[in-house]
Structures are given as C-alpha cells and as structure tokens.
Design a binder for this molecule. Structure first.
Ligand SMILES: Cc1cc2nc3c(=O)[nH]c(=O)nc-3n(C[C@H](O)[C@H](O)[C@H](O)COP(=O)(O)OP(=O)(O)OC[C@H]3O[C@@H](n4cnc5c(N)ncnc54)[C@H](O)[C@@H]3O)c2cc1C
Length: 400
C-alpha cells in the first residue's frame, strides 16, 4: 500500500493552498481531485482585499485578473460607492474566473512538490473512528493526516461527520457569465432589492462583478433565513435580475448555462482523529457577504501550519485556532443572517447603512471582515458590541 504524510481530498482553493504550504514545508503530499485543472466552479469570482492579502502571502501573481477598487451597493433608488479601505489589507480586489484561478492555485501546489492526481475521486479510509488514509478507485494511500477539502456538501465530508449544524443558516446562489459594455468597471456591484418577474421585491441579493475582457459575472443568492426561501426559483430570479440591470450594464445573453450551488456556513465537526476539514467542507463561508475563497485559502494554510508544527496533534490545534480566531466573527455573522431574514428589519438596516458614505464604509469593513485587529476602531467596536447583543438575542432570533 502507498504512503504519504498528508493526503488531500479536493484541489479547490482550500485543498490546493493546504497542499502548497505543506509541500513547501517539506511534507510528502498527494492531492486527489475528482475533476482537474481548468474545472469551473459556480462562484461570483469576487476577491476582496482580505483574499488578495492571502493570495499574495501564497505568492501567486494574479495581476492578469481584472482589478477592483471598491463596492457599489444598490437598494431601491439609493446607490452608494465605496472604495476598499486602506487598512490592514491592500486596498485592492479582483474578479478572477474560477476555471483560471483554481488552475493557478492547483499549479502552485504542483510547483511546490505536491503530487496532484486529477480525475481521481477519493474518500476517507476509516479504521474505527480514525481516518488512516484515502481510497480512490482501486488505490489506497495511507497518510498521517487527511485534509478534507472537497467543497460544500461532499460525500467525503459526510463520511467523517463534517455536516451542517441542523437548523443553521446556509446560502444558495446561482451565477452566469454575460457580455457587457461595462466589463471594465472597477466596482463590484451588489443589489439588495432584487425584483421578481412582477416587479415586486424578492428576498435575496444580486451581483454584477465585472471580469474585464468584455465579460461580467452575474448572479443572485439568498440565505435560508429569508422569508419564502424554500419557494425561491433561482433561475427565474436570475433572469429577472438580468432584466433589472440589463440596460445599465448593457448586458448580452448569458454565455453559459447558469449554475447554482450551496454556501455552507456552519459545520458541526471540522476535525477528528487523523483528519481535518478546510474551506467549504468546514462551513467557512462568511454569512455577511457569501465570501468563501479567502477562508478556504486561509484555512488551508492554517491546516498546513498545524501539521508542520506537530503532525500528531494537528487536528486539535487547527480546531483551536478556528475556534479562537474565526468562530466569534462567524457566529455574529450567522446571527445577523437571522436578523436580515426579516424584511422590515432589513429595510431599516439598509436605510441606516446607506445613509452616508461614512456608514457605508463602516458596514463594508464589518461585513467583509476587514477590521484591523490591532486598531479595531469604530468598526471593530461596533462588531464587538453588535456581536454581544446578537448573542443575547440569539435564542429569540432562532426560535422566531
Ligand atoms: C454562486 C456562488 C457564488 C459565490 N461567489 C463567491 C465570491 O464571489 N467570492 C468568494 O470568495 N466566494 C464565493 N462563493 C463561495 C466559494 O465559491 C467557495 O467558498 C469556495 O469555492 C470554497 O473553496 P473550497 O476549496 O473549499 O471548495 P471548492 O472550490 O468547491 O473545491 C472543492 C474541490 O474538491 C473536488 N472534489 C469534490 N469531491 C471530491 C472527491 N470525492 N474526490 C476528489 N475531489 C473532490 C471538487 O472537484 C473541487 O475541485 C460563491 C459560491 C457560490 C455557490
């Protein structure tokens, strides 16, 4: 039977980042990817300053992707534009189509010395409650650690019990590409008042992310906490949203079939004997803004750091870092998801957030998790106080 130090299941941003850092640190890594380089992933392709910082840390040159200077938020007739803050993260964003971006991260893992097995669907190999390696078809590879990086709702994650916490919020979103006269716009646009086919406001949000080269990424999404969530038809909603913004963006017809997928926001078990989960498999999507690429890259690095420091106890120490550095923010964001599930509260909060450029900047800092930990400032204090208040209100929010 083959052996390696670490076997990684899935070579999206989470798995590929883990493999890159591990291989650079001298570990013998085998990555199993059921698709391969160049595979697409349903995504908005949006990279915030937080993601850019992590990508730079990984040493990737993404200058070929379309640069983004800030965010434009639209709600009804109100439109506000804010530039990325010049704080702890670079004031730069990007829109990077996933087929290309993911191929680049996979290549980084290969360049670092990881072995990438493409078109190889794998599952964790269990002995009792311990994961001892992976099985891919007829092949079995033993490993000291298995990194589950297979994305949202994968069978690999289910096998080890890394599943959504019952009743916790999650997102659903759909995206397509379309030609646009404004594909060189430097702002990502988010719309919080998406109109249905009859012109009434439907729960959820829409986005147009300009990707350069004549193309934009357009999509809509909703949180499970929103009213009428189960009755939503994402395809109809996307068509209606494309009609709503079609004139302003000078949109042409979709160039591909719209593709929908889940955004997991709370997974019960993220580690165990011989394994840990990163990225979507660990439920690490920011409920405030649906961002998951950055957290996949970050958690991949944290998993690698834990293993390189002390292999035997890596899962427990990785879990402790997530619990300390990430869970408080994610818990607040999930509670907020219950708040904005109420249309009246959402309208009141939107009016406040969009009332001035200053309030909009604060909201961006909080929602995109761009608060400076050393100097938290007003945004950090608001996040702290809001987090405490939401924690107190939590039982009522969830029950109602
Ligand atoms: C419509 C939509 C829009 C989004 N927009 C954004 C956005 O604009 N910005 C942002 O930051 N995030 C966005 N997200 C979230 C983001 O796409 C994910 O958080 C991110 O892809 C997570 O990366 P990952 O590496 O954990 O998983 P993935 O990117 O899903 O990668 C998992 C990999 O595992 C492979 N795999 C699965 N099962 C197996 C198996 N058994 N064996 C081997 N390989 C396997 C898959 O082929 C895949 O390559 C969006 C999500 C959706 C659905």
């Amino acid at each position: 039977m083959e052996r390696c130090d670490v076997a990684v299941i899935g070579a999206g941003p989470g798995g590929a980042a883990a493999a890159t850092w591990l291989a650079r640190g001298g570990a013998d890594v085998v990555v199993f990817e059921k698709a391969g380089r160049g595979r697409d992933k349903s995504c908005g392709d949006g990279l915030t300053p937080r993601a850019i910082a992590e990508i730079r840390r990984l040493g990737l040159d993404i200058s070929r992707f379309h640069r983004i200077d800030g965010l434009r938020v639209q709600a009804g007739r109100t439109v506000r534009e804010v530039r990325w803050p010049d704080g702890p993260f670079p004031p730069v964003g990007a829109v990077a189509p996933r087929a290309e971006f993911d191929a680049m991260v996979m290549q980084a893992a290969v360049d670092a010395g990881a072995e990438l097995r493409e078109r190889a669907a794998a599952e964790p190999l269990l002995e009792g409650d311990r994961v001892v390696g992976v099985r891919a078809g007829a092949d079995e590879v033993r490993a000291d650690l298995v990194v589950i990086a297979a994305g949202a709702g994968s069978a690999a994650a289910r096998l080890v019990g890394a599943t959504r916490v019952e009743g916790s919020p999650f997102g659903l979103a759909i995206r397509a590409y379309a030609p646009s006269e404004r594909a060189d716009d430097r702002y990502m646009e988010a719309c919080l008042t998406v109109e249905g086919p009859d012109g009434s406001i439907v729960p959820g949000y829409g986005w147009v992310f300009p990707a350069g080269d004549g193309i934009v990424n357009i999509g809509v999404g909703a949180l499970s906490t929103m009213r009428n969530f189960t009755g939503l038809n994402l395809n109809t909603m996307l068509d209606a949203y494309a009609a709503q913004v079609g004139v302003s963006w000078q949109l042409g017809p979709f160039t591909d079939r719209p593709r929908a997928w889940r955004l997991p926001m709370h997974v019960g078990r993220r580690s165990g004997h011989g394994w840990l989960a990163v990225g979507d498999a660990a439920g690490l999507v920011n409920p405030f803004n649906g961002e998951g690429i950055d957290y996949a890259l970050e958690s991949g690095r944290l998993a690698a750091e834990a293993f390189l420091e002390l292999p035997n106890t890596a899962p427990a120490r990785y879990e402790a870092v997530l619990a300390h550095d990430y869970d408080p923010f994610f818990a607040t964001a999930r509670r907020f998801a219950w708040v904005i599930g109420r249309p009246r509260l959402l309208r009141a909060l939107l009016a406040l957030a969009l009332s001035t450029g200053f309030t909009m900047e604060l909201v961006l800092d909080i929602m995109a998790n761009l608060v400076d930990e050393q100097h938290p400032g007003l945004a950090g204090r608001l996040l702290d106080v809001g987090g405490r208040a939401l924690a107190v209100a939590d039982p009522v929010l969830v029950r109602s």
